[in-house]
Design a protein around this ligand. Sequence first.
Ligand SMILES: CC(C)(COP(=O)(O)OP(=O)(O)OC[C@H]1O[C@@H](n2cnc3c(N)ncnc32)[C@H](O)[C@@H]1OP(=O)(O)O)[C@@H](O)C(=O)NCCC(=O)NCCS
Length: 188
Amino acid sequence: MNTFQEAPALQERPQNDEPISLRIPVPEDGAPIHNLIRKSAFLDDNSLYCYLVIATHFSQTSVVATMGDDLVGVVTGYSPPEQPDTLFVWQVAVDTLAQKRGLAGRMLRELVRRDACKDVHYVETTVTADNQASRAMFQSLARRLDCDIKESEMFDREKHFLNLHDSEYKLRIGPFDAKTLGDEGDHK
Ligand SMILES: CC(C)(COP(=O)(O)OP(=O)(O)OC[C@H]1O[C@@H](n2cnc3c(N)ncnc32)[C@H](O)[C@@H]1OP(=O)(O)O)[C@@H](O)C(=O)NCCC(=O)NCCS
């Protein structure tokens, strides 16, 4: 039996002007992160276990955004073992009601400023060709970090995804020094 109770969509709840806070995820965030990812366009639906692992072992390189008791945003990431100077951003999601208010950008900037990322000078991620919002979000990050983006194919539709998924293109942003980021009102 599936005992997993899905929280009501944020759109179904009364809107309020509560501030949005950012913090390091804890294992109890695994289920709300999974819910948010499942509701998000473009994102692959992975198992809840996967998000429990992220919120346990990769919490220092991930961030959640909360408004009251609601989890409204998440960035999951890690430094690849062979690339300690790189933060690989795996998934970014913002609840539709909180989108286009700068939240994704704020979460990404919070991550690169973390102590856990003090040796990080590159952000890498993958995007599909048609995800304009995601591309705009990473272009905005590169602009604020005053650095370039290099694009190359990472996972090919036919060769790696067996035609089950569109090709994923790697964006490599950097080099940058996160100390050059201004406050930009991020520490609310
Ligand atoms: C992509 C996503 C996380 C952006 O979240 P957001 O909080 O709305 O983004 P922000 O408000 O911080 O915007 C960041 C930049 O992207 C731009 N942007 C955001 N959404 C956009 C859209 N739909 N189309 C074009 N540009 C967009 C913003 O204008 C901003 O650029 P600017 O700083 O130059 O003004 C959100 O749309 C989402 O959850 N999408 C579904 C999941 C997804 O595609 N994730 C990314 C792949 S992992």
